[in-house]
Design a protein around this ligand. Structure first.
Ligand SMILES: *Cc1c(COP(=O)(O)O)cnc(C)c1O
Length: 367
């Protein structure tokens, strides 16, 4: 990717006025949950057409003042990323494939008509936040510091065109072990009335708008007693795409795996990509292709399909035990976590946490 050389961006550091006491922080870190507790700092960088990226600050986490006519509030020009910092057994802190997040952020930016952020600035912003908030890395087993970089149109303007001013922000949230005692299998609901992404739309971009559109079908899944919604393709209403925020894998009785191909309407998960590589390292055959809902039911019932799992940064790997739609329910394998699912998850988690060698150079140590 050709990026115009930015003048060296200097980060300014602003101190937190009233630091949170070690006691309060310890209480948060003992039971962090997910997405409700936040660290003390944030990074902000401004962009304008005239000045490009400027005013990079590592400062106290605080509310952002927005004009009521800020473009993002009207036309949803917003994108985000999600990645984690892990504490390794040697005491160092490491990120997992942050340059992949940086590249995907810029692909999302391009689709939403937003400026690209140089990859090294993206990774440096995350590194700086983790450095400032190092004490916010949970000590609980399986804990991590979840990092949320995002960018939105801040220009005060109601016309419909790409904004000329943007704000990039990174915040951090201590995260516990998503599932304390190993991941239970989830039940998923096939959405037949709603789709997530149409060809030519924004399905491959990590933008807030995609999530806004997934809330009603997700709520429908919950109302029907399921955990997650699974979306089918928008053209034939037949091909399995992904969940609201996780990619899917299917495991067959001959030991092969299948994951829906990146057709342009699926988000290119970094967990998905890492598992593709790890499964191939194991000598397994993994296909990227199409898989239909009728075939899914038939294979689950005949026993040809033995496992199914969802994957993404937040929960890493989540077994899928049951699938339901208006035409009935079916169970996959035993209905519980499958063996290969567990094995691939352990392999990936061990690399992320520095408990196993990193043969693909995925881990970026922050010192
Ligand atoms: C973020 C996301 C994923 C998972 O991506 P990871 O890089 O593995 O975290 C999958 N689907 C959607 C829609 C997403 O937004």
């Amino acid at each position: 990717m050709a990026t115009i050389a930015e003048p060296e961006l200097q980060f300014t550091t602003r101190p937190v006025d009233a630091p949170i006491s070690a006691q309060v922080r310890a209480a948060v870190l003992a039971n962090p949950g997910f997405g409700t507790q936040f660290s003390e700092h944030m990074v902000t960088i401004e962009w304008s057409e005239k000045r490009g990226w400027h005013d990079a600050v590592v400062g106290p986490r605080q509310p952002i003042a927005l004009d009521p006519a800020a473009a993002v509030l009207h036309y949803a020009q917003e994108i985000f990323e999600g990645l984690k910092a892990y504490r390794h057994p040697d005491g160092s802190v490491a990120l997992f494939r942050p340059y992949e997040n940086a590249r995907r952020f810029n692909r999302s930016a391009e689709r939403l008509a937003m400026p690209a952020l140089p990859e090294d600035v993206f990774v440096e912003s995350v590194r700086r936040l983790v450095e400032a908030d190092r004490q916010w890395l949970p000590t609980v087993d399986g804990g991590s510091l979840y990092l949320r970089p995002f960018m939105f149109a801040s220009e005060v303007f109601l016309g419909v065109r790409p904004a000329r001013e943007y704000k990039y922000v990174v915040i951090a949230s201590p995260a516990g072990n998503y599932f304390k005692s190993g991941a239970p299998a989830v039940s998923i609901w096939v959405s037949e009335d709603y789709t997530r992404a149409a060809p030519g739309g924004t399905g491959a971009a990590k933008c807030g708008g995609n999530y806004a559109a997934s809330l009603v079908p997700q709520a429908e899944a919950i109302a029907k007693g399921h955990d997650q919604v699974v979306f089918l393709d928008a053209v034939e209403n037949k091909w399995i795409e992904e969940l609201g925020g996780m990619n899917l894998y299917f495991v067959f009785d001959d030991g092969t795996l299948l994951t829906p191909a990146l057709s342009g309407t699926i988000l290119a998960g970094i967990t998905r990509d890492s598992l593709l590589t790890l499964a191939r390292d194991e000598g397994l055959t993994v296909q990227e292709g199409r898989y239909g809902i009728d075939q899914w039911r038939e294979d689950a019932q005949s026993g040809r399909l033995v496992e199914c799992f969802a994957c993404g940064t937040a929960a890493v790997v989540t077994p899928v035990g049951k699938v339901a739609s208006r035409s009935g329910e079916f169970t996959i394998g035993s209905g519980g976590p499958g063996q290969l699912t567990q094995k691939l998850k352990s392999r990936l988690v061990a690399i992320q946490r520095g408990e196993a060698p990193d043969p693909h150079g995925w881990v970026v140590k922050l010192g």
